[in-house]
Design a protein around this ligand. Structure first.
Ligand code: SF4
Ligand code: SF4
Length: 469
């Protein structure tokens, strides 16, 4: 642990705010949040299996596909990775560790984001093919699957590999939290230099250290931080801080995360999946499916969707990312590997990528359907013979007038595009690159932003609620 310590001195530390800080550092704070979400998950599983199998009338589908996704993106925008902080899937961790015969280390070859990216891409394909959003039973099985997968991996391996290397939800949250305003830091680097036990990462007899093996004084990125605050509870010097930072600070700095293929392609894939996921809900995707079915002489929808989403989610981000890196390197007259050029500019896609998801999940699905939780809950209670909350009013849904959504979405995408351009410019300036080296990336960003605007302005399936636009 003798590397240079990069973390800036925190100007504002949320952990020092009266009450809030105490609550966050409270020994049972995370467990309380996890137990609340566990109860919610059990409720969703119960209704998923026993409730009505109509998606807009079932808690499992409405909460998972409307509320969970909407609330997660808003939490990431205003705070940080709050879902991972309270994630119920890792609750059986202690039991898993007790049952484990030995804690293997996660295989070295898998200590990267490729597994998580592959699962994320498969998940988006299955989401479209099996209409996950339309089936309460499948949604309930999906929740159970998360618990089982997290438990098995925790039982056999150390280092929380489920969170860091496997979980698609965590991967989505890690990529998004690169532009969140909160980040773990330390109050005094001098204290860390003389600290013997480094309990924030190593833990102690009474406390857990960082499960994802991050070392607080060296953290420059939210990538892999599940915001569990175990480091803050473990530090014997009360030196860990939860700092408020500029949301574009992480992506603007050149050395915030390793210049690895997987991390930088993750950001590009995160951007492209944001577009393709929305594309799967608008009319042109059906026309494309019909055309492909006639060209390929097949009615196999799974195969057709696999082809569409492999191209959109894998071939395009990798192909265009490599193409832009090659052009950028040539125009800058640099002699460096494509990996370095890609790492120089790929982080600039994070703001636009996130605003694409924010527009889609937060702006469209959540704002147009959030209040649907009221009739769905009333219906659930009635089905379970609790009548005091009355009959459901199925007209409830939109939080804002539907006519407001298009302008809001446009503003959010434009803000994301502007933020990405800003980050790109800063990164170019710090690399001493001119406009020519930035051009391929600007064109790619512009193409993505235009694609988002076109898709978000098309009639989109509501998925999970009873309203149609
Ligand atoms: S335990 Fe605290 S003082 Fe020691 S290295 Fe970690 S953050 Fe610094
Ligand atoms: S640095 Fe590690 S221990 Fe601290 S909040 Fe993040 S994941 Fe948890």
């Amino acid at each position: 642990m003798t590397k240079t310590l990069h973390t800036p001195q925190p100007r504002f530390d949320l952990l020092r705010v009266p009450l809030v800080g105490r609550l966050l550092r409270w020994r049972w704070g995370r467990l309380t949040g996890q137990l609340l979400l566990l109860l919610a998950a059990l409720l969703l599983i119960y209704d998923g299996f026993t409730g009505p199998q109509l998606a807009p009338d079932n808690l499992a589908t409405v909460v998972v596909w409307v509320h969970y996704r909407g609330l997660v993106v808003f939490a990431l925008l205003f705070f940080g990775n709050l879902f991972c902080m309270n994630c119920p899937f890792t609750l059986p961790r202690t039991l898993a560790h007790k049952l484990s015969i030995r804690g293997w280390r996660w295989p070295r070859r898998l200590r990267n984001k490729w597994t998580a990216v592959t699962i994320l891409i498969l998940y988006f394909w299955l989401y479209e093919w099996l209409d996950l959003w339309a089936s309460p039973v499948i949604t309930a099985w999906l929740i159970i699957g998360y618990f089982v997968a997290a438990f098995i991996l925790e039982a056999f391996f150390t280092e929380s590999p489920f969170c860091k290397y496997v979980c698609p939800l965590g991967t989505f949250n890690f990529a998004s939290s690169t532009i969140s305003p909160l980040q773990i830091s330390v109050s005094s680097r001098d204290t860390c230099r003389t600290c013997v036990g480094k309990e924030c990462i190593n833990g102690s007899a009474q406390t857990l250290g960082c499960g994802t093996q991050l070392f607080a004084p060296q953290i420059t990125s939210n990538m892999d931080c599940i915001l569990c605050l175990d480091c803050a509870r473990a530090c014997p010097h009360d030196n860990v801080a939860l700092t408020v930072r500029h949301p574009l600070r992480e992506t603007s700095q050149l050395n915030t995360w390793p210049r690895r293929w997987d991390l930088n392609f993750l950001i590009l894939i995160f951007a492209f999946t944001g577009v393709s996921n929305a594309f799967g809900m608008v009319p042109p995707v059906y026309q494309l499916e019909i055309w492909l079915a006639s060209v390929l002489h097949t009615q196999n929808e799974g195969l057709i969707l696999l082809l569409i989403f492999t191209v959109l989610n894998l071939v395009l981000p990798i192909g265009l990312g490599l193409g832009a890196a090659w052009l950028s390197r040539a125009l800058a007259k640099r002699k460096e590997s494509l990996r370095l050029t890609l790492a120089r500019y790929a982080p600039a896609f994070a703001p636009l990528a996130f605003t694409g998801w924010l527009t889609h999940y937060g702006g469209f699905h959540f704002l147009s359907s959030a209040l649907a939780i009221i009739p769905v809950m009333q219906s659930f209670l009635l089905d379970n013979h609790i009548t005091i909350f009355g009959q459901p009013d199925w007209t409830k849904g939109p939080v804002l007038p539907m006519a407001w959504l298009d302008p809001i979405e446009l503003v959010v995408v434009l803000a994301g595009f502007g933020a990405s351009l800003y980050v790109l410019t800063i990164r170019a300036r710090r690399s001493r690159d001119g406009l020519a080296a930035q051009l391929p990336w600007i064109i790619l960003l512009l193409a993505l932003a235009i694609a988002m605007m076109i898709i978000f302005y098309l009639p989109m399936e509501m998925r999970g609620s009873a309203f149609f636009s």
